[in-house]
Design a protein around this ligand. Structure first.
Ligand code: UDX
Length: 442
C-alpha cells in the first residue's frame, strides 16, 4: 500500500519511518525544502534513538522517500506520492495567544491533499486537533467540491521512546465515518494487530478527544504528585514512598507519578490549553484541567523559590544548571520547565551556567546563560547545582571532583535522581523534591 505523509516533523517523520519499516511504501513530504534535502542526503533533523538506522534501512530498501512538492528540484517532481491510498496529515498545530490550536496548517495541508490526490484517497489527520476538527475539514472539502473522506488517527508517541511506542502501542485509535476507511486503516496497522495490539474504531470526534483527554489525564497525574510533593515537604512525608504505594494500587498505576519540576514538551502544555479553550468555548469548563494548567504554570516559580529559600538573594550568585531539555532522551527544549526556571533565576540576578548533553543548541535561543561543554565546566565557581533534567550521565558524575570545583555546597536535585546519602557524606547540602528535612525521630 502506498502512503504519503504531509509534514515531516517529529510525528510525520517517526510515523512515516515506522510504517515503512512495517513494509508499507511511504513518501514523506514537507514544505521546508532544506529539511527534505537534508533527509535526502541521509541527515535526520531530529534526535530520536534508533530513528536514523530505521530511516536508512527503509530508504535503502526503496520503501521510504522524501519530497518537497513546491520545489522544482529532481527528487520532487514528478510527484512521488501519486497513487497513494492514504495521505496522513502530520503538520504542526501551535497554540494561539488565546490557547486555542492554530489549525491553519491543517486546513492548508488537507486542501493540498485533496487537490493532489484522487477522491478515493483517504485523508487521515495524525496531528493533535481539537474535537470536531475532522468534521469541519470534511465540510470544508465538500464546500469546495471534493469527495475525499477525512479520518482521524491520533499518535501517542513519547519523544525518546517513539519507536517502541509505535511498535508496541497500548492501543491504536482510528476515527472513521465509513467501513472503507476502517478497512484501509486496519490494513495499515495489520502487522501490529496481528501481534495482538488492539485497534479501536470510533467516530472522528471521539478519536480526537481521546488524544486530548489522555494527555490531560497524564498531566493531571503529574500535577497531582507535584502538589503532593509540596505537601510532603510541609508535613514531613516522603513523596517517593507515597508515589510507590499509590502506584501499586492497580486502579491508579505507577506511571506519571514522579514528582519533578513540572511537565513540559511540545504536547502536554499546548494540548491542555487547547482542550481548556474548547471546554470554555462550549460553556462547559473543565475545572480540573484549569487547575492543572495553573498548578504547572506556578511550579517554575516554586522551584526558584526553593533555591532562594536556601541561598538567599541571588543577585550576582553563580548557579549551575544541569539539564535544559523538558525530559531526558531528547534535544527538545519546547515548553521545558528548565527554561522557565533558568529565566526566573536570571531575572532574580543569578549568573547561570548550563550543561545539557543534547539541549544546548535549542536552549541558547531561549535563555541568557553560559552554556558549557560538560558538567565539570558548568559547576566552576557555582554556589549551587540545580538538576532539572533526569539525564543518566548526571548520576555517574564524579561528585568528589565536583566538590573541589563548586564554591557552595548546595545540590538541588529537582528530578530526585542522585544518591542523597552519599552526597551528604561528601559534605554536600542535598535538597530533593518532596522529602522531609528529617524523616526520623531520634
Ligand atoms: C507526551 C505523551 O506521553 C505522548 O503520548 C504524546 O503523544 C505526546 O506527549 P512527550 O511530550 O514526549 O509525550 O513526553 P512525556 O514522556 O509524556 O513527558 C511529558 C512531561 O512530563 C515531561 O516534561 C516529563 O519530564 C514530565 N513527567 C513525566 C513528569 O514530570 N513526571 C512523570 O512521572 C512523567
Amino acid at each position: 500500500m502506498k502512503i504519503t505523509f504531509i509534514g515531516a516533523g517529529y510525528v510525520g517523520l517517526v510515523s512515516g519511518a515506522m510504517l515503512s519499516s512495517l513494509g508499507l511504501d511511504v513518501t514523506c513530504s514537507d514544505s521546508n525544502y532544506d529539511k527534505i534535502q537534508a533527509l535526502q542526503n541521509g541527515h535526520v533533523p531530529i534526535y530520536e534513538p534508533g530513528l536514523n538506522e530505521c530511516i536508512k534501512k527503509s530508504v535503502d530498501a526503496g520503501r521510504l522517500r522524501f519530497m518537497c512538492r513546491s520545489h522544482p528540484e529532481p527528487g520532487s517532481h514528478p510527484a512521488l506520492d501519486a497513487g497513494s491510498s492514504i495521505v496522513f496529515i502530520a503538520v504542526g498545530t501551535p497554540s494561539l495567544e488565546s490557547g486555542d490550536a492554530d489549525l491553519s496548517y491543517i486546513y492548508d495541508a488537507t486542501l493540498r491533499a485533496a487537490e493532489n490526490h484522487d477522491k478515493d484517497t483517504l485523508i487521515v489527520i495524525k496531528s493533535t486537533v481539537p474535537p470536531g476538527t475532522c468534521q469541519k475539514l470534511q465540510l470544508m472539502l465538500r464546500e469546495r467540491g471534493f469527495e475525499h473522506e477525512i479520518a482521524s488517527n491520533p499518535e501517542f508517541l513519547r519523544e525518546g521512546s517513539a519507536i517502541e511506542d509505535f511498535l508496541k502501542p497500548d492501543r491504536i485509535v482510528i476515527g472513521i465515518s465509513s467501513d472503507r476507511a476502517g478497512d484501509l486503516l486496519s490494513k495499515v496497522y495489520k502487522s501490529l494487530t496481528d501481534k495482538g495490539f488492539p485497534i479501536l474504531a470510533t467516530d472522528t470526534t471521539t478519536a480526537e478527544l481521546i488524544k486530548y483527554a489522555s494527555n490531560s489525564f497524564l498531566a493531571t497525574k503529574i500535577a497531582f504528585i507535584n502538589e503532593m510533593a509540596n505537601l510532603c515537604e510541609k508535613v514531613g512525608a516522603n513523596v517517593e514512598m507515597l508515589s510507590k504505594a499509590m502506584g501499586m494500587d492497580h486502579r491508579i498505576g505507577s506511571a506519571f507519578l514522579k514528582a519533578g519540576p513540572g511537565f513540559g514538551g511540545s504536547c502536554f502544555p499546548k494540548d491542555l490549553l487547547a482542550l481548556s479553550y474548547l471546554a470554555h468555548e462550549h460553556n462547559q469548563p473543565c475545572h480540573v484541567l484549569d487547575a492543572v494548567i495553573f498548578s504547572n504554570k506556578n511550579r517554575s516559580a516554586h522551584m526558584a523559590r526553593k533555591i532562594q529559600d536556601v541561598i538567599g538573594d541571588l543577585k550576582g550568585r553563580v548557579i549551575c544548571v544541569l539539564g535544559i531539555t523538558f525530559k531526558a532522551g531528547t534535544d527538545d527544549v519546547r515548553s521545558s520547565p528548565a527554561v522557565a526556571i533558568i529565566n526566573i533565576l536570571t531575572e532574580l540576578g543569578a549568573e547561570v551556567r548550563v550543561y545539557d548533553p543534547e539541549g544546548a543548541k535549542g536552549g541558547m535561543e531561549l535563555v541568557s546563560a553560559t552554556f558549557c561543554n560538560d558538567a565539570y565546566d558548568a559547576v566552576l565557581g557555582a554556589e549551587a547545582i540545580v538538576i532539572l533534567t533526569e539525564w543518566e550521565e548526571f548520576k555517574a558524575l564524579d561528585f568528589r571532583r565536583i566538590a573541589g570545583l563548586l564554591v557552595g555546597k548546595n545540590i538541588f536535585d529537582f528530578r530526585n535522581i542522585l544518591d542523597g546519602d552519599s552526597l551528604k557524606k561528601m559534605g554536600f547540602n542535598y535538597h530533593k523534591i518532596g522529602m522531609p528535612v528529617c524523616n526520623r525521630v531520634a
